[in-house]
Design a protein around this ligand. Structure first.
Ligand code: SF4
Length: 501
Protein backbone atom coordinates (compact mmCIF):
# COMPACT_ATOMS: atom_id res chain seq x y z
CA UNK A 1 0.00 0.00 0.00
CA UNK A 2 1.12 3.50 -0.85
CA UNK A 3 -0.49 6.79 -1.64
CA UNK A 4 -0.21 8.92 -4.78
CA UNK A 5 -1.21 12.44 -5.70
CA UNK A 6 -1.14 14.55 -8.85
CA UNK A 7 -2.10 18.24 -8.99
CA UNK A 8 -2.36 20.63 -11.96
CA UNK A 9 -3.68 24.18 -12.01
CA UNK A 10 -3.35 27.76 -13.18
CA UNK A 11 -0.99 28.73 -10.31
CA UNK A 12 1.85 27.16 -8.32
CA UNK A 13 0.44 23.91 -6.96
CA UNK A 14 3.17 23.24 -4.36
CA UNK A 15 0.98 24.05 -1.30
CA UNK A 16 -1.80 21.71 -2.44
CA UNK A 17 0.70 19.01 -3.38
CA UNK A 18 2.41 19.08 0.02
CA UNK A 19 -0.86 19.29 1.99
CA UNK A 20 -2.25 16.42 -0.01
CA UNK A 21 0.82 14.29 0.59
CA UNK A 22 0.69 14.97 4.36
CA UNK A 23 -2.88 13.69 4.28
CA UNK A 24 -1.76 10.44 2.68
CA UNK A 25 0.89 9.76 5.31
CA UNK A 26 -1.15 6.92 6.83
CA UNK A 27 -0.70 5.00 3.55
CA UNK A 28 3.07 4.81 3.82
CA UNK A 29 5.72 5.98 6.22
CA UNK A 30 8.87 4.60 4.70
CA UNK A 31 9.65 7.06 1.90
CA UNK A 32 8.13 10.10 0.28
CA UNK A 33 8.74 12.19 -2.79
CA UNK A 34 7.44 14.87 -5.11
CA UNK A 35 8.20 15.87 -8.69
CA UNK A 36 7.14 19.24 -10.08
CA UNK A 37 7.48 20.95 -13.44
CA UNK A 38 7.81 24.75 -13.56
CA UNK A 39 7.43 25.13 -17.31
CA UNK A 40 11.09 24.55 -18.10
CA UNK A 41 12.58 22.24 -15.49
CA UNK A 42 11.70 19.14 -13.53
CA UNK A 43 12.29 19.31 -9.78
CA UNK A 44 12.48 16.04 -7.91
CA UNK A 45 12.69 15.65 -4.14
CA UNK A 46 12.50 12.16 -2.68
CA UNK A 47 14.05 10.16 0.10
CA UNK A 48 13.38 7.64 2.86
CA UNK A 49 11.36 8.95 5.79
CA UNK A 50 8.08 10.61 6.61
CA UNK A 51 6.71 13.38 4.39
CA UNK A 52 7.66 16.01 6.97
CA UNK A 53 11.24 14.78 7.21
CA UNK A 54 11.77 14.51 3.47
CA UNK A 55 10.30 17.89 2.57
CA UNK A 56 11.83 19.70 5.52
CA UNK A 57 15.28 18.34 4.74
CA UNK A 58 14.95 19.71 1.20
CA UNK A 59 13.69 23.05 2.49
CA UNK A 60 16.65 23.27 4.89
CA UNK A 61 19.13 22.63 2.08
CA UNK A 62 17.64 25.27 -0.20
CA UNK A 63 14.04 25.45 -1.21
CA UNK A 64 11.21 23.34 -2.50
CA UNK A 65 10.42 24.07 -6.11
CA UNK A 66 6.83 24.11 -7.24
CA UNK A 67 5.26 24.55 -10.66
CA UNK A 68 1.99 24.29 -12.53
CA UNK A 69 1.82 20.56 -12.06
CA UNK A 70 3.29 18.14 -9.59
CA UNK A 71 2.99 14.54 -8.48
CA UNK A 72 3.86 12.87 -5.18
CA UNK A 73 3.98 9.51 -3.48
CA UNK A 74 4.30 8.00 -0.01
CA UNK A 75 5.65 4.47 0.21
CA UNK A 76 5.79 1.59 2.55
CA UNK A 77 8.21 -1.15 1.68
CA UNK A 78 8.20 -4.91 1.38
CA UNK A 79 10.04 -7.14 3.78
CA UNK A 80 13.25 -5.50 4.84
CA UNK A 81 14.01 -3.66 1.61
CA UNK A 82 13.22 -0.58 -0.38
CA UNK A 83 16.06 1.96 -0.25
CA UNK A 84 16.11 5.62 -1.22
CA UNK A 85 16.82 4.64 -4.85
CA UNK A 86 13.43 2.90 -4.97
CA UNK A 87 11.53 5.94 -3.68
CA UNK A 88 9.01 7.46 -6.10
CA UNK A 89 8.36 9.41 -8.30
CA UNK A 90 10.62 8.34 -11.19
CA UNK A 91 11.31 10.43 -14.24
CA UNK A 92 12.75 10.09 -17.75
CA UNK A 93 13.95 12.89 -19.99
CA UNK A 94 12.79 11.28 -23.23
CA UNK A 95 10.27 11.34 -24.81
CA UNK A 96 8.89 14.73 -23.70
CA UNK A 97 10.11 14.39 -20.08
CA UNK A 98 7.80 12.26 -17.97
CA UNK A 99 7.54 11.82 -14.20
CA UNK A 100 5.40 9.02 -12.77
CA UNK A 101 4.28 7.54 -9.45
CA UNK A 102 1.91 4.69 -8.68
CA UNK A 103 0.15 2.73 -5.97
CA UNK A 104 -0.12 -1.01 -6.46
CA UNK A 105 2.07 -3.90 -7.44
CA UNK A 106 2.92 -5.49 -10.78
CA UNK A 107 2.59 -9.26 -10.88
CA UNK A 108 4.74 -9.50 -14.04
CA UNK A 109 7.51 -7.19 -12.84
CA UNK A 110 10.42 -9.49 -13.73
CA UNK A 111 9.21 -10.63 -17.17
CA UNK A 112 8.41 -7.02 -18.05
CA UNK A 113 11.78 -5.79 -16.86
CA UNK A 114 13.40 -8.46 -19.08
CA UNK A 115 11.18 -7.54 -22.02
CA UNK A 116 12.07 -3.86 -21.64
CA UNK A 117 15.76 -4.73 -21.65
CA UNK A 118 15.73 -7.23 -24.52
CA UNK A 119 12.98 -5.94 -26.82
CA UNK A 120 12.88 -2.21 -26.05
CA UNK A 121 16.57 -1.72 -25.07
CA UNK A 122 15.54 0.08 -21.91
CA UNK A 123 17.39 -0.32 -18.63
CA UNK A 124 15.42 -0.35 -15.36
CA UNK A 125 17.85 0.75 -12.67
CA UNK A 126 15.74 0.30 -9.55
CA UNK A 127 13.73 -2.59 -8.16
CA UNK A 128 10.60 -0.47 -8.07
CA UNK A 129 7.80 -1.36 -10.43
CA UNK A 130 6.87 2.32 -10.90
CA UNK A 131 10.02 2.61 -12.98
CA UNK A 132 8.87 -0.32 -15.11
CA UNK A 133 5.46 1.28 -15.70
CA UNK A 134 7.21 4.56 -16.56
CA UNK A 135 9.44 2.84 -19.14
CA UNK A 136 6.48 1.03 -20.72
CA UNK A 137 4.48 4.27 -20.92
CA UNK A 138 7.47 6.19 -22.29
CA UNK A 139 8.24 3.48 -24.85
CA UNK A 140 4.64 3.48 -26.07
CA UNK A 141 4.58 7.31 -26.22
CA UNK A 142 7.80 7.32 -28.26
CA UNK A 143 6.28 4.91 -30.83
CA UNK A 144 3.37 7.25 -31.57
CA UNK A 145 3.16 10.60 -33.37
CA UNK A 146 3.06 13.53 -30.98
CA UNK A 147 -0.16 14.86 -32.50
CA UNK A 148 -2.94 14.57 -31.75
CA UNK A 149 -1.48 14.40 -28.27
CA UNK A 150 -4.57 12.99 -26.47
CA UNK A 151 -4.59 10.02 -28.86
CA UNK A 152 -0.91 9.38 -28.18
CA UNK A 153 -1.58 9.43 -24.44
CA UNK A 154 -4.71 7.29 -24.46
CA UNK A 155 -3.26 4.73 -26.88
CA UNK A 156 -0.12 4.53 -24.76
CA UNK A 157 -2.16 3.97 -21.60
CA UNK A 158 -4.09 1.23 -23.45
CA UNK A 159 -0.73 -0.38 -24.26
CA UNK A 160 0.30 -0.11 -20.58
CA UNK A 161 -2.92 -1.94 -19.70
CA UNK A 162 -2.01 -4.69 -22.19
CA UNK A 163 1.56 -5.09 -20.97
CA UNK A 164 1.40 -4.45 -17.22
CA UNK A 165 -0.37 -7.03 -15.04
CA UNK A 166 -1.43 -6.56 -11.44
CA UNK A 167 -2.71 -3.43 -9.77
CA UNK A 168 -1.67 0.15 -10.44
CA UNK A 169 -3.23 3.54 -9.92
CA UNK A 170 -0.95 5.99 -11.69
CA UNK A 171 -0.31 9.73 -11.83
CA UNK A 172 2.13 11.01 -14.45
CA UNK A 173 3.20 14.47 -15.59
CA UNK A 174 4.39 15.13 -19.13
CA UNK A 175 6.62 18.20 -19.54
CA UNK A 176 4.74 20.99 -21.26
CA UNK A 177 1.78 18.72 -22.04
CA UNK A 178 -0.09 18.18 -18.78
CA UNK A 179 -1.04 15.57 -16.23
CA UNK A 180 -2.31 12.03 -16.83
CA UNK A 181 -4.06 9.79 -14.28
CA UNK A 182 -5.15 6.22 -14.89
CA UNK A 183 -6.33 3.16 -13.01
CA UNK A 184 -5.79 -0.41 -14.18
CA UNK A 185 -8.78 -2.28 -15.69
CA UNK A 186 -9.45 -4.08 -12.39
CA UNK A 187 -9.45 -0.81 -10.43
CA UNK A 188 -8.01 -2.59 -7.40
CA UNK A 189 -6.31 0.45 -5.89
CA UNK A 190 -8.29 3.65 -5.37
CA UNK A 191 -7.87 6.90 -7.29
CA UNK A 192 -10.24 9.82 -6.88
CA UNK A 193 -10.52 13.11 -8.72
CA UNK A 194 -11.45 16.52 -7.32
CA UNK A 195 -11.19 20.20 -8.19
CA UNK A 196 -11.23 23.69 -6.71
CA UNK A 197 -11.62 27.05 -8.38
CA UNK A 198 -10.11 29.98 -6.50
CA UNK A 199 -11.29 33.56 -7.13
CA UNK A 200 -9.59 34.96 -10.21
CA UNK A 201 -8.50 31.55 -11.57
CA UNK A 202 -9.21 31.00 -15.26
CA UNK A 203 -9.81 27.29 -14.69
CA UNK A 204 -9.93 24.89 -11.73
CA UNK A 205 -6.96 23.35 -9.99
CA UNK A 206 -7.39 19.61 -10.34
CA UNK A 207 -6.19 16.87 -8.05
CA UNK A 208 -5.98 13.08 -8.49
CA UNK A 209 -5.29 11.26 -5.26
CA UNK A 210 -5.52 7.86 -3.56
CA UNK A 211 -8.03 9.04 -0.97
CA UNK A 212 -10.59 11.81 -0.83
CA UNK A 213 -9.37 12.94 2.62
CA UNK A 214 -6.48 14.65 0.81
CA UNK A 215 -8.96 16.56 -1.36
CA UNK A 216 -11.06 17.81 1.52
CA UNK A 217 -7.91 18.86 3.43
CA UNK A 218 -7.30 21.50 0.72
CA UNK A 219 -11.01 22.30 0.34
CA UNK A 220 -11.30 20.59 -3.02
CA UNK A 221 -14.66 19.28 -4.16
CA UNK A 222 -14.73 15.53 -4.65
CA UNK A 223 -15.88 15.09 -8.26
CA UNK A 224 -15.68 11.34 -8.86
CA UNK A 225 -13.49 8.27 -8.81
CA UNK A 226 -11.25 7.53 -11.77
CA UNK A 227 -12.86 4.46 -13.31
CA UNK A 228 -11.23 1.07 -13.72
CA UNK A 229 -9.58 1.07 -17.14
CA UNK A 230 -10.06 4.83 -17.53
CA UNK A 231 -7.44 7.49 -18.26
CA UNK A 232 -7.84 11.23 -17.69
CA UNK A 233 -5.64 13.87 -19.32
CA UNK A 234 -5.57 17.48 -18.09
CA UNK A 235 -3.91 19.96 -20.43
CA UNK A 236 -1.87 22.90 -19.08
CA UNK A 237 -4.69 25.25 -20.17
CA UNK A 238 -7.17 23.39 -17.96
CA UNK A 239 -8.96 21.31 -20.61
CA UNK A 240 -9.84 17.85 -19.31
CA UNK A 241 -10.28 14.76 -21.48
CA UNK A 242 -11.37 11.40 -20.12
CA UNK A 243 -11.45 8.16 -22.06
CA UNK A 244 -12.32 4.58 -21.20
CA UNK A 245 -9.29 2.96 -22.78
CA UNK A 246 -9.92 -0.65 -21.69
CA UNK A 247 -13.08 -2.50 -20.61
CA UNK A 248 -13.59 -2.20 -16.86
CA UNK A 249 -13.55 -5.34 -14.74
CA UNK A 250 -13.81 -3.49 -11.46
CA UNK A 251 -12.64 -5.30 -8.30
CA UNK A 252 -11.79 -2.68 -5.65
CA UNK A 253 -9.71 -3.87 -2.69
CA UNK A 254 -12.13 -4.59 0.15
CA UNK A 255 -9.34 -4.38 2.71
CA UNK A 256 -9.11 -0.63 2.12
CA UNK A 257 -12.50 -0.30 3.83
CA UNK A 258 -11.55 -2.54 6.74
CA UNK A 259 -8.08 -1.30 7.54
CA UNK A 260 -6.10 0.99 5.28
CA UNK A 261 -8.12 3.98 4.30
CA UNK A 262 -8.83 6.90 6.57
CA UNK A 263 -12.42 6.83 7.84
CA UNK A 264 -13.06 10.34 6.51
CA UNK A 265 -12.40 9.13 2.95
CA UNK A 266 -14.82 7.93 0.31
CA UNK A 267 -13.54 5.23 -2.02
CA UNK A 268 -15.52 4.26 -5.10
CA UNK A 269 -18.31 6.38 -3.67
CA UNK A 270 -18.46 4.37 -0.44
CA UNK A 271 -17.90 6.14 2.87
CA UNK A 272 -15.14 4.25 4.68
CA UNK A 273 -16.58 5.32 8.04
CA UNK A 274 -20.08 4.08 7.22
CA UNK A 275 -18.67 0.81 5.89
CA UNK A 276 -16.88 0.29 9.21
CA UNK A 277 -20.05 1.00 11.18
CA UNK A 278 -21.88 -1.59 9.11
CA UNK A 279 -19.04 -4.06 9.64
CA UNK A 280 -19.66 -3.61 13.38
CA UNK A 281 -23.36 -4.22 12.94
CA UNK A 282 -22.66 -7.46 11.06
CA UNK A 283 -20.07 -8.51 13.63
CA UNK A 284 -22.46 -7.95 16.55
CA UNK A 285 -24.96 -10.27 14.85
CA UNK A 286 -22.28 -12.90 14.27
CA UNK A 287 -20.95 -12.68 17.85
CA UNK A 288 -24.41 -13.19 19.31
CA UNK A 289 -25.12 -16.10 16.97
CA UNK A 290 -21.80 -17.80 17.63
CA UNK A 291 -21.55 -17.25 21.39
CA UNK A 292 -25.07 -16.88 22.79
CA UNK A 293 -23.89 -17.69 26.31
CA UNK A 294 -21.02 -15.19 26.36
CA UNK A 295 -21.56 -12.16 28.62
CA UNK A 296 -19.77 -8.91 27.91
CA UNK A 297 -19.43 -5.83 30.12
CA UNK A 298 -17.50 -3.51 27.81
CA UNK A 299 -16.65 -3.32 24.12
CA UNK A 300 -13.09 -2.04 23.60
CA UNK A 301 -11.58 -1.18 20.19
CA UNK A 302 -7.98 -1.89 19.29
CA UNK A 303 -7.25 1.64 18.06
CA UNK A 304 -7.69 3.09 15.55
CA UNK A 305 -9.17 1.40 12.47
CA UNK A 306 -11.63 -0.76 14.42
CA UNK A 307 -13.17 2.06 16.48
CA UNK A 308 -16.30 2.66 14.33
CA UNK A 309 -17.00 -1.10 14.18
CA UNK A 310 -16.57 -1.42 17.97
CA UNK A 311 -18.86 1.56 18.61
CA UNK A 312 -21.56 0.05 16.44
CA UNK A 313 -21.11 -3.38 18.07
CA UNK A 314 -21.55 -1.85 21.51
CA UNK A 315 -24.64 0.02 20.34
CA UNK A 316 -26.21 -3.08 18.79
CA UNK A 317 -25.39 -5.25 21.82
CA UNK A 318 -26.51 -2.58 24.30
CA UNK A 319 -23.17 -2.69 26.06
CA UNK A 320 -20.78 0.06 27.14
CA UNK A 321 -18.18 1.26 24.67
CA UNK A 322 -14.90 2.09 26.40
CA UNK A 323 -11.43 3.18 25.31
CA UNK A 324 -9.57 0.50 27.24
CA UNK A 325 -6.47 0.84 25.09
CA UNK A 326 -4.85 4.12 24.16
CA UNK A 327 -2.59 4.64 21.23
CA UNK A 328 0.65 6.53 21.23
CA UNK A 329 0.16 8.55 18.07
CA UNK A 330 3.84 9.08 17.50
CA UNK A 331 4.62 5.44 16.76
CA UNK A 332 3.93 4.09 13.25
CA UNK A 333 1.17 1.62 12.42
CA UNK A 334 2.35 -1.89 13.30
CA UNK A 335 1.08 -3.66 10.22
CA UNK A 336 2.80 -1.16 8.05
CA UNK A 337 6.22 -1.60 9.65
CA UNK A 338 8.56 -4.01 7.89
CA UNK A 339 9.84 -7.03 9.80
CA UNK A 340 8.39 -9.04 12.65
CA UNK A 341 10.81 -7.76 15.28
CA UNK A 342 9.90 -4.15 14.53
CA UNK A 343 6.22 -5.09 14.71
CA UNK A 344 6.47 -6.82 18.10
CA UNK A 345 8.37 -3.97 19.73
CA UNK A 346 6.05 -1.47 18.19
CA UNK A 347 2.93 -3.06 19.75
CA UNK A 348 4.31 -2.57 23.25
CA UNK A 349 5.38 0.97 22.50
CA UNK A 350 2.20 1.79 20.65
CA UNK A 351 -0.60 0.69 22.99
CA UNK A 352 -1.20 1.56 26.63
CA UNK A 353 -3.95 -0.01 28.71
CA UNK A 354 -6.46 2.04 30.71
CA UNK A 355 -6.69 -0.31 33.74
CA UNK A 356 -9.87 1.23 35.24
CA UNK A 357 -11.80 0.23 32.09
CA UNK A 358 -10.49 -3.33 32.10
CA UNK A 359 -10.18 -4.42 35.74
CA UNK A 360 -12.77 -7.03 36.73
CA UNK A 361 -14.55 -6.71 33.36
CA UNK A 362 -15.59 -9.17 30.69
CA UNK A 363 -14.01 -7.41 27.73
CA UNK A 364 -14.95 -7.76 24.07
CA UNK A 365 -11.93 -6.55 22.09
CA UNK A 366 -12.61 -5.54 18.49
CA UNK A 367 -9.75 -5.49 15.99
CA UNK A 368 -9.83 -4.74 12.28
CA UNK A 369 -8.08 -7.97 11.28
CA UNK A 370 -5.85 -10.79 12.47
CA UNK A 371 -2.83 -11.39 10.29
CA UNK A 372 0.00 -13.16 12.03
CA UNK A 373 -1.69 -13.41 15.43
CA UNK A 374 1.37 -12.15 17.31
CA UNK A 375 -0.09 -8.66 17.79
CA UNK A 376 -3.45 -10.06 18.90
CA UNK A 377 -1.77 -12.38 21.42
CA UNK A 378 0.16 -9.50 22.98
CA UNK A 379 -2.93 -7.30 23.19
CA UNK A 380 -5.10 -10.03 24.73
CA UNK A 381 -2.36 -10.68 27.28
CA UNK A 382 -2.02 -6.96 28.03
CA UNK A 383 -5.77 -6.74 28.72
CA UNK A 384 -5.63 -9.82 31.00
CA UNK A 385 -2.57 -8.45 32.82
CA UNK A 386 -4.65 -5.36 33.60
CA UNK A 387 -7.32 -7.30 35.42
CA UNK A 388 -9.88 -8.33 32.78
CA UNK A 389 -11.94 -11.35 33.89
CA UNK A 390 -12.56 -12.54 30.35
CA UNK A 391 -11.20 -11.40 26.99
CA UNK A 392 -13.25 -12.06 23.85
CA UNK A 393 -11.82 -11.10 20.48
CA UNK A 394 -13.80 -10.14 17.38
CA UNK A 395 -12.29 -9.33 13.99
CA UNK A 396 -13.97 -6.98 11.49
CA UNK A 397 -12.31 -8.97 8.73
CA UNK A 398 -12.80 -12.66 7.86
CA UNK A 399 -9.75 -14.93 8.24
CA UNK A 400 -6.77 -13.83 6.11
CA UNK A 401 -5.21 -16.87 4.46
CA UNK A 402 -3.63 -15.88 1.16
CA UNK A 403 -0.85 -13.50 0.16
CA UNK A 404 -1.71 -10.17 -1.40
CA UNK A 405 0.14 -9.69 -4.67
CA UNK A 406 -1.44 -6.31 -5.34
CA UNK A 407 0.43 -4.09 -2.93
CA UNK A 408 -0.01 -5.15 0.68
CA UNK A 409 2.88 -6.44 2.77
CA UNK A 410 1.56 -9.89 3.69
CA UNK A 411 3.16 -11.87 0.96
CA UNK A 412 3.83 -15.36 2.21
CA UNK A 413 1.15 -17.83 3.16
CA UNK A 414 2.96 -18.93 6.30
CA UNK A 415 2.52 -15.38 7.66
CA UNK A 416 -1.17 -16.03 8.30
CA UNK A 417 -2.25 -17.65 11.52
CA UNK A 418 -5.57 -18.63 9.87
CA UNK A 419 -3.69 -20.49 7.12
CA UNK A 420 -1.83 -22.74 9.54
CA UNK A 421 -4.49 -23.13 12.30
CA UNK A 422 -8.20 -23.74 12.39
CA UNK A 423 -10.35 -21.26 14.30
CA UNK A 424 -10.07 -23.07 17.62
CA UNK A 425 -6.30 -23.37 17.20
CA UNK A 426 -6.12 -19.65 16.43
CA UNK A 427 -8.19 -18.81 19.51
CA UNK A 428 -5.90 -20.92 21.71
CA UNK A 429 -2.75 -19.42 20.20
CA UNK A 430 -4.06 -15.90 20.73
CA UNK A 431 -5.26 -16.75 24.23
CA UNK A 432 -8.79 -15.31 23.94
CA UNK A 433 -11.88 -16.79 25.65
CA UNK A 434 -13.81 -16.64 22.37
CA UNK A 435 -12.87 -15.67 18.84
CA UNK A 436 -15.35 -14.30 16.30
CA UNK A 437 -14.47 -13.55 12.70
CA UNK A 438 -16.60 -11.49 10.36
CA UNK A 439 -18.22 -13.70 7.72
CA UNK A 440 -17.44 -13.14 4.04
CA UNK A 441 -21.12 -12.51 3.36
CA UNK A 442 -21.37 -10.02 6.23
CA UNK A 443 -18.28 -8.16 5.04
CA UNK A 444 -19.51 -7.85 1.46
CA UNK A 445 -22.98 -6.76 2.62
CA UNK A 446 -21.47 -4.12 4.89
CA UNK A 447 -19.20 -2.58 2.26
CA UNK A 448 -21.40 -3.01 -0.80
CA UNK A 449 -24.34 -1.25 0.82
CA UNK A 450 -22.50 2.00 0.14
CA UNK A 451 -22.48 1.44 -3.64
CA UNK A 452 -24.65 -1.34 -5.01
CA UNK A 453 -23.23 -0.84 -8.51
CA UNK A 454 -19.98 -2.53 -7.48
CA UNK A 455 -20.49 -6.14 -8.47
CA UNK A 456 -17.28 -7.66 -7.11
CA UNK A 457 -14.48 -6.78 -4.74
CA UNK A 458 -10.96 -8.11 -4.62
CA UNK A 459 -10.97 -10.41 -1.58
CA UNK A 460 -8.07 -12.58 -2.71
CA UNK A 461 -6.30 -12.46 0.65
CA UNK A 462 -9.41 -14.14 2.12
CA UNK A 463 -10.74 -16.41 -0.63
CA UNK A 464 -7.64 -16.94 -2.79
CA UNK A 465 -9.48 -15.78 -5.93
CA UNK A 466 -7.10 -13.33 -7.63
CA UNK A 467 -9.12 -11.15 -10.02
CA UNK A 468 -6.31 -10.49 -12.51
CA UNK A 469 -6.31 -14.18 -13.42
CA UNK A 470 -2.54 -14.45 -13.74
CA UNK A 471 -1.71 -15.57 -10.19
CA UNK A 472 -1.34 -19.33 -9.76
CA UNK A 473 0.51 -21.48 -7.24
CA UNK A 474 3.81 -21.13 -9.11
CA UNK A 475 3.56 -17.32 -9.01
CA UNK A 476 2.80 -17.40 -5.28
CA UNK A 477 5.72 -19.80 -4.65
CA UNK A 478 8.05 -17.56 -6.64
CA UNK A 479 6.93 -14.48 -4.75
CA UNK A 480 7.24 -16.27 -1.39
CA UNK A 481 10.80 -17.31 -2.28
CA UNK A 482 11.69 -13.81 -3.37
CA UNK A 483 10.28 -12.29 -0.19
CA UNK A 484 12.24 -14.69 1.97
CA UNK A 485 15.42 -14.00 0.04
CA UNK A 486 14.87 -10.24 0.13
CA UNK A 487 14.15 -10.34 3.86
CA UNK A 488 17.85 -10.99 4.37
CA UNK A 489 19.06 -8.55 1.75
CA UNK A 490 20.42 -5.10 2.55
CA UNK A 491 18.29 -2.13 1.51
CA UNK A 492 18.38 -1.56 -2.20
CA UNK A 493 19.66 -5.05 -2.94
CA UNK A 494 16.33 -6.62 -3.75
CA UNK A 495 15.84 -8.22 -7.09
CA UNK A 496 12.77 -9.78 -8.57
CA UNK A 497 9.14 -9.63 -7.63
CA UNK A 498 8.29 -5.96 -7.69
CA UNK A 499 8.47 -3.48 -4.94
CA UNK A 500 5.62 -3.15 -2.49
CA UNK A 501 4.06 0.19 -3.01
S1 SF4 B 1 -5.61 -9.37 -1.86
FE1 SF4 B 1 -6.62 -8.41 -0.10
S2 SF4 B 1 -5.33 -6.67 0.50
FE2 SF4 B 1 -4.69 -7.35 -1.56
S3 SF4 B 1 -5.83 -6.03 -2.96
FE3 SF4 B 1 -7.06 -7.88 -2.69
S4 SF4 B 1 -8.43 -7.46 -0.95
FE4 SF4 B 1 -6.84 -5.90 -0.97
Amino acid sequence: MCGVIGVIGPRDILPELCTGLFNLQHRGQDAAGIATFDGGTFHMHKDEGMVDDVLEAVARRGRLFGGRWGIGQVRYPTVGCGGAEDAQPFNLHSPYGIALAHNGNLTNFEPLKRELREADRRYVGSSCDAEVILHVFAEEMSRRPAEPFPDAVFESVAAVFRRCRGSYSVVAGVAGRGLVAFRDPFGIKPLVYGERTAPGDAFPTRMFVSESCALTASEFKVVRDVGAGEAILVHPDGRLEARQVAPANHHPCIFEFIYFARPDSRIDDISVYKARLRLGEELAREFKARHPAAEVDVVVPVPDSSRPAAQEMAFRMKRKFREGLLKNRYVGRTFIMPGQEARSKSVRRKLSPVPIELEGKRVLLVDDSIVRGTTSRQIVQMVRDNGAKEVHLASSCPPLRHPCVYGIDMQTKKDFIAARSDEEGTRREIGADTLTYQTMEGMVRAVKEGNASIKRFCMACMDGDYPTGDVDASVLDRIAGERERDAGAPPGARGAGGVEV
